[in-house]
Each structure stands twice: as C-alpha cells, then as structure tokens.
Design a protein around this ligand. Structure first.
Ligand code: HEC
Ligand code: HEC
Length: 232
C-alpha cells in the first residue's frame, strides 16, 4: 500500500514539476497565477494556448469538425466533447493518438487518419482561440465530487484534480498544454472518459496517471466528479 502511494505521489510530482518549471522559467509573476488556475480569455492567454498553428486557416479547415463539435467548439450533443478554449497541443496530441491507435473511437480515428501536421496545428489553434468552455455552476450539495476534486484521497492514490487541471478545471497556465480543460466540459463526455480510464479502454494519459487514479473509484464517485467538473 505504502509502495503504491509513493509511486503515485512520485509520478504526480514529476509531472507537476516538469510543467511548473517550464512556466516559472518564463515568467515568475505568472507562475503564481498558475497556481490559482487559468480561466481567462485575455489575448495573451489565447495566444499562448493556441500554439503555433494559424487559427484563421484552421477555421476553414475545420468545417467538418464544427458540424459535430460546434462552430465555436461548444458542441450541443453531450457525448461529443467541447473543444472551445481547449489547449491546442492537447487537441493535437489527441488527434495524433487517434491516428496512431493509442486512443480509439470509430468516428475520430477515421477523422484524424488523413490529417497532416499543418492541418492539425491550424485546426487545434482555431478551437483553442475560442473562449474557454464554461459550465452552468457546480451543484454545491455534491460533496463527494467537490471533496475529491479539491482534496483527492491520497490513501487511495487519488491526487486532487486541482493540482493538474487547475482550481476551476480550466487548466494550469496558458502555455502548459499537458492538462486538458475539464471545467465546463459536458458531464456525459467526462463520465464516459473517466470510465474508459478506469477500465483501461483509454490508456493514453502520461504514465497512465488517469487510470491509476480512477482504479479505486466507485461508479458514484466518477458520477460525482463528472457532475462537479461539468458545472465549473
Ligand atoms: C460525427 C461527429 C464528429 C466529427 C465530424 C468530428 N468529431 Fe471529434 N469527436 C467526436 C466524438 C463523439 C468524440 C469523443 C470520442 C471519444 O470518446 O474518444 C470526439 C473527440 C474529439 C477529440 C478529443 C477531445 C478531448 O477532449 O479529448 C478531439 C481533439 C476531436 N474530436 C477533434 C476533432 C476534429 C479536429 C475534427 C475534424 C477533423 C473532428 N473532431 C470531427 C465526434 C466528431
Ligand atoms: C497528476 C496530474 C493529474 C491529476 C492529479 C488529474 N489529472 Fe486528469 N488528466 C491528466 C492528464 C495529463 C490528462 C490528459 C491525458 C491525455 O493526454 O490524453 C488528463 C485527462 C483527464 C480527462 C480527460 C479529458 C478529456 O477531454 O478527454 C478527465 C475527464 C480527467 N483528466 C479528469 C480528472 C479528474 C476528475 C481528476 C481528479 C480526480 C484528475 N483528472 C486528476 C492529469 C491529471
């Protein structure tokens, strides 16, 4: 038990240290802001999270994608993830993972198959340049979800979500693209992904961190976390 605990804390620390150092190295004022999460849509933040792609070209290239994910990345269908304000590099990583079979989904694997690196960067930049997705407010009586989100449960290898996804679930800092925005994402999509991580059907998180953490969670806890995160 102690061994497993040490492993997850170590793994989480390595992931966090790598990203925190990257940001602090660039601007120490911003490093402090990074600790309270980033929900802002300032031009500077948008530029940083959009990466190197061309969002204007990306708008044209993503017409097909917009049909499902929404014109501005706010999909209507709740099993289709919102991409609005999502980190470009995270989006590009997922598309590469679909291409390589590291993440699989009938529609998305087909969609990603023929995309080249320029298309991928441009389309990702377009969705990243939209305002960050936003929920309708978290249910304050959802104690289970709130507690796990803010505090985790280290005895069960659950590191608090805020450490990586930010206090408001909007990610860490605008140039740290490893951790996706989950605050304000559709609840049913979040629940589906948490289940896939737990069951091993999705195994593309670094070091398997999301699978290790969800392994000991009950159905009710996954539900509560998806519900709490979606509201943010
Ligand atoms: C027919 C509907 C449809 C179309 C068209 C479509 N998608 Fe998707 N997309 C989905 C669904 C459904 C998922 C969830 C897949 C899963 O569970 O792995 C998804 C997932 C994704 C994800 C993962 C998001 C995350 O938060 O991890 C990305 C990125 C994405 N799509 C980008 C695109 C891009 C870029 C295009 C256009 C080239 C596109 N999609 C076209 C339905 C669609
Ligand atoms: C140590 C860092 C870390 C912690 C703590 C963490 N996550 Fe994650 N999470 C990640 C990373 C990294 C990814 C992206 C995986 C990938 O590249 O596919 C991710 C992905 C996800 C996704 C998939 C998002 C999408 O758009 O498909 C969900 C949902 C999620 N995490 C929920 C949570 C919840 C809920 C908690 C708290 C119980 C949590 N995470 C704690 C690092 C973390």
């Amino acid at each position: 038990m102690l061994h497993a605990k040490t492993n997850i804390v170590g793994l989480a620390l390595v992931i966090l240290l790598l990203t925190t150092t990257a940001w602090a190295g660039e601007n120490s004022d911003q490093a402090n802001k990074g600790r309270v999460g980033f929900a802002d849509d300032s031009p500077e933040s948008i530029k940083l999270r959009s990466g190197s792609g061309d969002p204007v070209a990306g708008k044209d290239k993503s017409e097909l994608c917009q049909g499902c994910h929404g014109e501005d990345g706010n999909s209507v269908e709740t099993s289709i993830p919102k991409l609005s304000g999502q980190y470009a590099k995270y989006v590009a990583k997922q598309l590469r993972n679909y291409q390589a079979g590291k993440r699989s989904h009938a529609i998305m694997s087909a969609m990603a198959a023929t995309m080249d690196d320029t298309d991928l960067a441009d389309i990702a930049a377009y969705f990243a340049s939209q305002n960050k997705m936003k929920g309708k407010g978290s249910n304050s009586s959802n104690r289970i979800g709130k507690n796990l989100f803010l505090n985790g449960d280290i005895d069960r290898n659950i590191v608090a979500c805020i450490n990586c996804h930010g206090v408001d679930g909007k990610g860490k800092a605008p140039n740290i693209s490893l951790f996706p925005v989950i605050g304000g994402q559709h609840k049913s999509y979040l629940l589906k992904e948490l289940n896939k991580f737990r069951e091993g059907a999705r195994s593309n998180s670094p070091g398997g961190i999301m699978s290790i953490m969800t392994e000991t969670m009950s159905d009710a806890e996954l539900e509560a976390l998806a519900d709490f995160s979606a509201g943010l």
